[in-house]
Design a protein around this ligand. Structure first.
Ligand SMILES: [Zn+2]
Length: 262
């Protein structure tokens, strides 16, 4: 019994939900979440004792921390939401995680269409010039014996043009000089697709749109709210419930659970 109490006290302490009262001995704690006035209710999921098992199949092996709201979105959210996200991190075994990830990817793809931003982000720059130089150099390095001589000359010209415009000049000898090989190797590794100055990742783009749509500003406590973000988080929570049907998840974990850390 004493051990149970100790365990419980420690549970609250490590989560900053209680403070020690030293004058009452080492097991006396005072809960701090009621005093804050906005913390966790007694019947809340966050103050519940939990087992170390998968919330879907109850397995205790190969467990992983699953982010109900994918990290690509969560990290773009304001701190008052991000810092509250432990509610949305659930224990899931690798197998269940894998099953659910397929469904999550489908939803991400739908969101990409809805918000007009591909999952790989916006603002990639494709350089035709670099692409041509890279391909020509790679062909000359790998398939010289299979390419007719006239074509080899054309390809070498593409590389030389690129070198002339963008690379340090070196004396060239196409007939087997080491320096030519160095140029070819360098060109064959050119990156022809890269992030431009206006690049924005998918998660940030979606979250910005949601935040810009609607914001309820509170002047008193600086506890602003973003109703569209709330809906978005609840969408992911509901999606997780619908697709994984986690039978071992606490009934106190609900779609409407707290979102902010105000
Ligand atoms: Zn599982």
């Amino acid at each position: 019994m004493i051990n149970d109490e100790r365990k419980k006290a420690r549970w609250y302490l490590v989560r900053d939900l209680a403070k020690l009262i030293p004058e009452h001995g080492d097991r006396s704690i005072q809960l701090t979440f009621e005093a804050k006035g906005n913390g966790h209710k007694e019947n809340d999921y966050m103050v519940e004792d939990r087992s170390n098992n998968c919330v879907a199949c109850n397995s205790s092996e190969l467990l992983t921390m699953h982010h109900v709201v994918p990290d690509m979105y969560r990290r773009a959210m304001p701190l008052c939401i991000k810092s509250k996200s432990s509610r949305d991190i659930l224990l899931v075994c690798k197998q269940c995680h894998h099953l659910y990830e397929d469904k999550a990817t489908q939803l991400k793809k739908e969101l990409a269409k809805e918000y007009n931003c591909p999952l790989e982000g916006k603002g990639w720059i494709h350089s035709v010039e670099k692409r041509q130089a890279r391909k020509a150099a790679a062909a000359l390095l790998r398939f010289t014996d299979k390419i007719p001589e006239s074509r080899q000359k054309e390809l070498a010209l593409v590389v030389k043009e690129y070198q002339k415009a963008h690379m340090e000049q070196q004396p060239l000898d196409v007939d087997g000089d080491d320096s030519w090989r160095t140029v070819l190797e360098e060109c064959s590794q050119l990156e022809d697709v890269y992030r431009g100055p206006d690049f924005i990742d998918h998660g940030t783009y979606v979250i910005r749109q949601l935040m810009d749509k609607e914001r309820i500003i509170s002047t008193e406590n600086r506890d602003d709210r973003w109703p569209q973000l709330e809906t978005f988080i609840k969408l992911w929570r509901q999606h997780f419930l619908d697709h994984l049907e986690p039978k071992y998840l606490s009934a106190r974990w609900t779609v409407d659970g707290e979102i902010y850390n105000h």
